[in-house]
Design a protein. Structure first.
Length: 67
């Protein structure tokens, strides 16, 4: 699950970078499409970080349990 989320974040970041480069180079791309791609990448990164944080919290809680 986490591996898939990381893969999705990577894809979103690559797409955002690709669209930003196109905009900078003056290619035919709409600004709003670039902004949407950037926000999608940002949201997917935030979601993945929260998933990681919850997994770490769960691990820490399990490690605190008495045996």
């Amino acid at each position: 699950m986490l591996k898939e989320a990381i893969s999705n974040v990577n894809s979103s970041q690559i797409e955002s970078d690709r669209m930003t480069d196109k905009l900078i180079n003056g290619e035919n791309v709409e600004l709003h499409d670039v902004m949407i791609a950037s926000q999608k990448a940002s949201v997917s990164m935030t979601l993945t970080m929260e998933m990681r944080n919850k997994a770490v919290e769960a691990y820490q809680e399990i490690m605190r349990m008495p045996v």
